[in-house]
Design a protein around this ligand. Structure first.
Ligand code: SAH
Ligand code: MG
Length: 209
């Protein structure tokens, strides 16, 4: 990956270490020949830069989806609250300005298509086949399950689903991303093809999950 993208991604606010970002970029490159890329959980654009760089290199686009109101853990008083992404005027978290600034800095505005909305609502209306879906949205059991159910069926055969924050060891992190990873494998529709840190990449080998 062009060092300039890596640098901008590393400087962006967010939750993806460089080794996982590089693995995400590699998955994006591999999947882009089969269809456009989509991520759930843009936040401030860190993972978007890795996937956007892959989309640009392969001549496709990245749909980057987030309601930009933050997950449970980003709300005031919670563990990952950050005053810089809290909009005093509306009294709510708003990561959209920070996200747009990151993709502008990376000069990826032609390649990254922002989708501002609820993942389940957008998934229910979606019909375009995708080469890759990266799931890094809400980490409640309900949100994680809805993301897998909503997006997995839009992946083309041999396309990829990448899931972030998958921890085999419960002391390392929450269960929902791990649970949907197990359920995707258990369905028989996906096989694991790579792992880096808490990032798991699965390939679609079967029918409906
Ligand atoms: N991928 C990012 C981190 C994502 S944090 C990075 O690399 O840094 C998780 C994001 O998911 C938050 O920005 C939150 O607003 C978003 N999110 C949570 N639930 C959502 C939902 N139901 N629909 C859309 N976005 C959601
Ligand atoms: Mg994450």
């Amino acid at each position: 990956m062009d060092r300039r993208y890596a640098q901008i991604a590393e400087e962006a606010k967010g939750f993806m270490p460089p080794d996982e970002g590089a693995a995400l970029y590699a998955a994006g490159l591999a999947a882009a020949a089969r269809g456009p890329l989509l991520e759930v959980g843009s936040f401030c654009g860190k993972s978007s830069v890795y996937l956007g760089a892959a989309a640009r290199e392969r001549g496709t686009v990245l749909f980057s989806l987030d309601h930009h109101r933050g997950s449970e853990e980003h709300q005031p008083g919670e563990e990952y609250f950050d005053a810089e992404i809290f909009d005093e005027r509306s009294g709510r978290v708003d990561t959209l300005p920070c996200f747009l600034a990151t993709i502008a800095r990376a000069q990826l505005e032609e390649v990254i298509v922002p989708l501002v909305g609820d993942s389940a609502a957008v998934a229910a209306a979606w019909s375009l086949p995708l080469g890759l879906a990266f799931i890094d949205g809400g980490h409640s059991e309900e949100a994680a399950r809805a993301d897998l159910a909503g997006w997995a069926d839009h992946i083309v055969p041999e396309g990829l689903v990448a899931i972030h924050d998958v921890f085999e060891d419960p002391s390392m992190g929450g269960r929902p991303p791990y649970n949907i990873f197990r359920s995707a494998l258990g369905s028989g529709a996906f096989v694991e093809c790579s792992a880096q840190g808490s990032l798991r990449v699965l390939e679609r080998v079967g029918d409906r999950i």
